[in-house]
Design a binder for this molecule. Structure first.
Ligand SMILES: Nc1ncnc2c1ncn2[C@@H]1O[C@H](COP(=O)(O)OP(=O)(O)OP(=O)(O)O)[C@@H](O)[C@H]1O
Ligand SMILES: [Mg+2]
Length: 261
């Protein structure tokens, strides 16, 4: 079993969309998948097919130690989903305190998930830096770092790059909501490549496509509604890159140099 943390230093970067879409596509490719919502926003379940925000989940367990396993769901594609749940605002300070005192809390909780070797756990997080994000990072075999191609977002990513790289050996960088017609975005791409330096895996690009939120509003997936669109092509490419990393992580000796920092 390998764990992928989906992180970004900007809000609205596409973490939740990517977590849900990747969970579905990896499950369709035959992998046992668990999607964990570790963001108090509690939104991931609605992308995975729930009609409303789930009331109970792993969030309450942080302060109460009440088991969360009974609140998991399985969606139509076979993704096992762990909701965050609806946690009162007043518990936020005690939640943060517990996560600060026990940096391995999430890793300990997820250790009880019984997945075979080819299984994948995907963790959605709030904007980094955050206590929740740091916990997810600690669990991660692979970090998926998502950013919009905007100077402000990239400046925060570059600022946190050393800490992110120190926390996880294997990272894929994803530029999401790309519009290559905009010159500023082309500059932003160059800025990111320069900041990452040589020897880094190529930055993966996902184009902006209004079909993403529209399909979500209809309760479907853009890669089902428009399988030949640029965004669907991009998304399938991202899944293939992740598959390659997962294979290399499981068989490091047969893939020397396959994992790029
Ligand atoms: N490639 C894309 N093209 C067009 N819209 C996109 C794309 N990726 C994500 N979106 C849209 O951007 C919005 C924000 O996405 P999402 O909620 O996944 O981001 P997030 O990083 O999880 O945000 P938050 O900081 O609120 O947790 C959503 O409406 C989503 O449908
Ligand atoms: Mg989100």
């Amino acid at each position: 079993m390998k764990t992928i943390a989906i992180l970004s230093t900007a809000g609205g970067a596409g973490r939740t969309t990517l977590t849900a879409g990747l969970a579905v596509l990896l499950a369709r490719r035959g992998r046992p998948v668990v999607a964990v919502d570790f963001d108090p926003q509690n939104l991931l379940g609605t992308l995975l097919g729930l009609d409303e925000l789930p009331a109970s989940g792993i969030g309450a367990a942080i302060t109460t130690d009440v088991p969360w396993h009974a609140h998991t769901w399985r969606n139509d594609d076979g993704v096992l989903f762990v909701p965050y749940g609806d946690v009162p605002l007043a518990t936020l300070p005690s939640t943060s305190r517990r996560l600060a005192e026990e940096p391995g809390w999430l890793a300990g909780s997820l250790a009880s998930i019984d997945l075979p070797a080819q299984g994948v756990v995907l963790i959605d997080t709030p904007r980094y830096p955050s206590m929740h994000g740091a916990q997810a990072l600690r669990c991660a075999d692979l970090l998926l770092c998502v950013t919009p191609p905007e100077p402000g977002a990239l400046a925060t990513l570059v600022r946190h790059l050393p800490a992110l790289r120190a926390a996880c050996d294997h990272t894929l960088f994803v530029l999401n909501r790309l519009n290559p017609a905009r010159e500023m975005q082309r500059d932003a791409q160059s800025m990111l490549s320069a900041a990452l330096g040589h020897g880094t895996a190529p930055v993966i690009r996902l184009h902006a496509d209004a079909a993403l939120p529209e399909a979500f509003a209809r309760g479907s997936w853009f890669f089902d509604d428009a399988p030949y669109s640029q965004a669907s092509h991009d998304f399938q490419g991202l899944v293939s890159s992740i598959e390659q990393q997962l294979v290399a992580l499981n068989e490091p000796s047969r893939h020397p140099g396959a994992l790029l920092k």
